[in-house]
Design a protein. Structure first.
Length: 366
């Protein structure tokens, strides 16, 4: 059973908005939310530390994510900003959440800032699989910013780097930096300057949520490591023209840059016409495996596909493939890939090796 690296999870947003305690299991969190409005707003929990242990989830990229006022949803009001000062305050609270998680519970979570930290975080998982409750390991945290709309100034990036931020995604819906999921277009002049500053500081660039014009421009302009932490193949979501998914041309360009793409096990990103309330049986792990295989077929190898679950990212347990109850069940994907002809060493690349390569390239040595 290979250990797993998951490139996108929205822990801080849910912990601060809905008081979720991710030291508990997903099922414990669900039980605590019975009779509340939380599941209707953000979905039933899929994540929890005991589930990481059962599913051999060794490392995650937890997000810092806040919502611009123009995209406010009432239930998300605690994480909405309308000016630079408000954005800075919310981001600092999310940084503080991750630091407290690691500092107060070092046996459960640890921040990963450097290649040295990465090696230390993965060594226990490589030496011996978790077997709770007898054997457990801390889960590594590589901090990722999703939709840097609230960046007050370029100077703050150095402060955030010192706080452990290593991956920066400039866009969510569409920002002053570039076009996004709901606002198409390329980079603004200020956005191009942002790319240059991110590169000079050593950040890994996350292309997720970028409009296609912006994605291709970033791939041409940005010199550092590039990833798509959570994105699917547009051509497999039949009839979709959403730039939230990557076209084959974009996937090829990402491969040319030796980037990695984390596939999202969200039913609406796997089957276009699926809607909340539809039978879960309509979408299975075979759909997830198909997206991974599509990327591998374009590349001619398994070096550019991985997992970026986006779990607890506004959808929950009823909206994920039928075989999955919690993140622990992503281990079932291994057999589906083997059925498609992937060797064990190739499955290991998809589960963890490809993200390890990107982190080794993108993180500072010490």
């Amino acid at each position: 059973m290979p250990f797993l690296i998951d490139a996108h999870e929205d822990l801080a947003f849910n912990a601060l908005s809905f008081q979720r305690d991710y030291r508990k299991s997903a099922r414990e969190i669900r039980l605590s939310e019975i009779g509340t409005t939380v599941p209707a707003v953000t979905g039933d929990a899929i994540l929890g530390w005991p589930d990481y242990q059962r599913g051999q989830v060794a490392l995650i990229f937890p997000s810092l994510f806040i919502v611009p006022q123009k995209h406010k949803k009432d239930a998300w009001s605690s994480q909405v900003f309308d000016d630079a000062a408000g954005a800075y305050r919310l981001y600092q609270a999310q940084f503080d959440y991750y630091h407290r998680l690691a500092d107060e519970h070092p046996d459960e979570f640890r921040l990963v800032r450097t290649q040295k930290d990465l090696k230390a975080a993965l060594e226990p998982w490589e030496a011996r699989p978790a077997n709770p409750p007898e054997t457990t390991h801390p889960v590594g945290l590589v901090l990722l910013m999703e939709g840097g709309e609230g960046l007050p100034s370029f100077e703050v990036l150095e402060e955030w780097w010192d706080l452990g931020l290593r991956i920066f995604g400039p866009v969510w819906a569409g920002t002053r930096w570039c076009g996004g999921t709901y606002e198409k277009g390329g980079f603004t002049g200020e956005g191009r300057e942002l790319l240059d500053v991110l590169g000079s500081l050593g950040f890994i660039l996350d292309l997720s949520h970028m409009a296609e014009e912006s994605t291709l421009e970033a791939l041409d302009r940005f010199d550092g490591a590039v990833i798509a932490s959570h994105a699917n193949a547009r051509s497999l979501v039949q009839g979709s023209d959403s730039e939230r998914h990557f076209s084959n041309a974009t996937i090829r360009r990402l491969i040319e840059r030796d980037g990695v793409m984390g596939v999202v096990p969200y039913n609406r990103f796997l089957l276009r016409d699926w809607q909340a309330g539809d039978p879960r049986e309509q979408v299975t792990l075979d759909h997830l495996a198909a997206h991974i295989d599509h990327i591998c077929q374009i590349a001619g190898n398994p070096l550019h596909a991985a997992i970026g679950s986006d779990f607890d990212g506004g959808f929950g347990w009823p909206s994920i493939p039928y075989e999955i109850d919690t993140i622990a069940d992503l281990q079932k994907l291994e057999s589906r890939l083997i059925q498609r002809g992937y060797r064990q060493d190739e499955v290991q690349l998809i589960f963890n090796g490809n993200w390890q390569r990107m982190l080794t390239r993108g993180l500072p040595k010490s």
